[in-house]
Design a protein around this ligand. Structure first.
Ligand SMILES: Cc1ncc(C[n+]2csc(CCOP(=O)(O)OP(=O)(O)O)c2C)c(N)n1
Ligand code: SF4
Length: 288
């Protein structure tokens, strides 16, 4: 059986020392090993950004794609091979800026993949511009006098769009994050795990201490019921999105792939798709 070591490769991440993404990488590796997955059973599909590099740092199938387009690729991979555990990953800019349209439709569509976003409230790779999740007043290179736009709250948008599994983690709490990733992978549908993953180089406001002081851990809220959608939305609004843990779960949603008429249990990649020559010739004649 695979161990955490089997999900490691020889590539040294070129993230800055202290970047929150290291913990996300380690949490994915721990979760996959503890679930008994093997590297060949997993595909990690990422967008562009510092966070997007994660697909190259885990020993599994991987695809480092185009900025904002991790989700379309990940959904295609899952539909072509339903046996794979498919994780999509990227930053807040990738997922909630350029990729927001794909995100909304992935939520609505509900294909069985797990989307892990590393939300550092800034564009790290391009050296420190404000992002869609930067707060009003946030100062960065592009907003020296303070951000005049309001922050987008990913959890609020996801819940409003009808998501079936919604969780939030923090890079400093690896045990909670590992558990959330396991739950997200086990969930039969689209799961979002948005992770507060500090950018120690460019974001001097949303630091580890900022999150320690400002985030409410729902695991510690007695009686919190993650199946109560209205209360989940109320919690997000009251905390302005700064809460961690399992926020909402609805097991009654039927995943997309279970509703496609004739969609086989056997993955498409395992089917023999070769055409008999006579069938091919007949088809050519038909369309000539
Ligand atoms: C189509 C396109 N537009 C813009 C860029 C430039 N670009 C690369 S990464 C990035 C944003 C990175 O921020 P985020 O997605 O939050 O990831 P992080 O680097 O913070 O992990 C941008 C704007 C690009 N590569 N492709
Ligand atoms: S620039 Fe920020 S997000 Fe990118 S690797 Fe460095 S600390 Fe991480």
């Amino acid at each position: 059986m695979a161990t955490v070591k089997d999900f490691r490769n020889d590539i040294r991440p070129n993230w800055c020392p202290g970047c929150g993404d290291f913990s996300v990488q380690a949490s994915i590796q721990r979760a996959l090993a503890s679930m008994g997955k093997e590297p060949h059973e997993v595909a990690i599909i990422s967008g562009i950004g510092c966070s997007g590099r994660i697909s190259g740092y885990v020993n599994s199938y991987g695809f480092h794609g185009v900025h904002g387009r991790a989700l379309p690729t990940a959904q295609g991979v899952k539909l072509a091979n339903r046996d794979l555990t498919v994780i999509a990953a990227g930053g807040d800019g990738d997922g909630f800026g350029i990729g927001l349209n794909h995100f909304m439709h992935a939520v609505r569509r509900n294909i069985d993949i797990t989307y892990i976003t590393m939300d550092n409230q800034i564009y790290g790779l391009t050296k420190g511009q404000h992002s869609p999740t930067s707060a009003h007043g946030f100062k960065a290179k592009t907003t020296p006098a303070g951000n005049i736009e309001n922050a987008l709250v990913p959890t609020q948008i996801a819940l409003a769009a009808g998501i079936g599994f919604l969780a939030q983690g923090f890079s400093s709490d690896v045990n909670q994050l590992v558990s959330l990733i396991e739950q997200g992978i086990n969930y039969k549908g689209f799961a979002l795990i948005n992770v507060f993953s500090p950018c120690v180089t460019y974001n001097k406001i949303n630091t580890y201490d900022f999150f320690r002081e400002n985030v409410k851990n729902l695991d510690k809220v007695e009686g919190y019921d993650p199946t109560d959608r209205a209360n989940a939305m109320k919690t997000i609004i009251e905390t302005n999105g700064f809460c961690t843990g399992l926020i909402y779960r609805d097991d009654s949603r039927v995943p997309y792939q279970n509703q496609i008429p004739g969609y086989r249990e056997e993955p498409i990649v395992k089917l023999d798709l070769n055409l008999d020559e006579s069938v091919f010739e007949a088809a050519l004649k038909e369309f000539a």
